[in-house]
Design a protein around this ligand. Sequence first.
Ligand SMILES: NC(=O)c1ccc[n+]([C@@H]2O[C@H](COP(=O)([O-])OP(=O)(O)OC[C@H]3O[C@@H](n4cnc5c(N)ncnc54)[C@H](OP(=O)(O)O)[C@@H]3O)[C@@H](O)[C@H]2O)c1
Length: 253
Amino acid sequence: MDQSSPFSLAGKTIVVAGASSGIGLSICRSVVAANGKVIGLARREDRLQAMVDELGPESASCIKADLSKDEDIENAVARLPEINGYVHAAGIIKWGPLKFIKRQALEEIMNVNYYSMVLTLAEMTRKKKIKKQVYSSVVVISSVSALVGSKSNLLYTGSKGAMSAAARVIASEYAAQKIRVNAVEPAMVHTDMASEAEALLSREAVEKDMQSYPFGYGTPEDVANATVFLLSDASRWITGQSLVLDGGWLNLV
Ligand SMILES: NC(=O)c1ccc[n+]([C@@H]2O[C@H](COP(=O)([O-])OP(=O)(O)OC[C@H]3O[C@@H](n4cnc5c(N)ncnc54)[C@H](OP(=O)(O)O)[C@@H]3O)[C@@H](O)[C@H]2O)c1
């Protein structure tokens, strides 16, 4: 890519949480393809190292971190240089109807999906890690679940609704520093997490669901492409927004 293109990430360092698989890993690849540098965070060190080996140590590095733990957040943030962008793609999914929900499951999903996003950004803010006045960009990978009421999806939906809402508040707090914050809200994307969800359904139910997507299920690359746009200066007038990526699932009949 032409380095002077507004779509290029040349000269930018982007941190990706959840870089060891699925959407986060794909975002790491796309950041480097757009000439940026990436620092990946996650718990599985072997997977992070494979990402660094694939993308090359001149473009990629990693820090092992369990973002549900305060000490890991503090340690990871302390090791970061000044950055131009942060992507929060770390997350888990949990299912169950309301009557089976107990405090432990609620705390677990909120801790990984929502508290980790807020506490990582809070620590980065305290330690002044995100470059100001240059349209730096934060992208949180929320979900279209934040917008719809699917049965048995309360645990995940609540955490994603909180992420999208928090992104707007943080966008407002960061605006004077010309740091942008946006949420991406994908529907079904082929990853390990989606396979976990599909495993709970019959083959027929999965086929029927797929058919409700005019453009089919998404790929991690579909989410990565939109995320790279939001990280780049091409989107410098966009902040406080939520972008649905769903192959037409939500609005087309
Ligand atoms: N796939 C979909 O259909 C879909 C749709 C909408 C939104 N999303 C969202 O996209 C994000 C990525 O999901 P995915 O589909 O790519 O699933 P995935 O392949 O399972 O990736 C989840 C990532 O989160 C990391 N992670 C989980 N717990 C963590 C923790 N405590 N600390 C640090 N990292 C942690 C995992 O790394 P380690 O296990 O190595 O820590 C992994 O890199 C999630 O937030 C998910 O909710 C997915």
